[in-house]
Design a protein around this ligand. Structure first.
Ligand SMILES: [Zn+2]
Length: 164
């Protein structure tokens, strides 16, 4: 079964990275401690938090020690396996799985709402995805490449990242 997370609001940035890596990770700021515990148990989610007071909750959890997201990533991985096939298949803003935009759909967008893709370099137009929930577009430009490098370094040069 795929590993899923529940991120406390105090690890919100880490949550985006976890989604980028391809894990299902939710944030629900409105929930009480007990509601968090119950949701994690029901959904089989691992709670990630920096709040040591949540240690007593009876669900699976990882208490994160560091404030910096790179160090947080190093605390978590490689305790959890990273599947590089799943990288960038999920919206980092809302957790929904992304939909690939095929050629026909792209042509429709270019005819009816070209402003949606006007800021995306043309070389990436044949490899676009979008989030069906929040409408955000994704492509594998420099932002993606930089994030991917961080994840690759995580696997190979753990100690370098911790020192930097
Ligand atoms: Zn989204």
């Amino acid at each position: 079964m795929a590993i899923k997370f529940f991120c406390d609001i105090n690890v919100a940035r880490l949550c985006k990275w976890i989604r980028f890596i391809g894990f299902d990770a939710v944030i629900r700021q409105e929930l009480s401690k007990i509601q968090i515990q119950n949701l994690c148990i029901k959904d089989r989610r691992i709670l990630l938090t920096r709040n040591k007071k949540l240690k007593s909750l009876k669900c699976s959890k990882v208490i994160i020690n560091n404030e910096d997201y790179l160090k947080q990533l190093n605390e978590l991985f490689p305790n959890f396996p990273i599947n590089f096939d799943l990288i960038a298949n999920r919206c980092i803003e809302c957790n929904r799985l992304l939909t690939k935009i095929d050629y026909d759909t792209l042509q429709k967008i270019l005819c009816s709402s070209p402003q949606l893709v006007e800021n995306i370099p043309k070389e990436f137009h044949n490899d676009l995805s979008y989030c069906p929930r929040c409408g955000k577009f994704y492509w594998k430009g420099s932002h993606y490449q930089n994030m991917l490098k961080v994840i690759q370094n995580l696997q190979t040069h753990k100690d370098d990242i911790i020192q930097n």
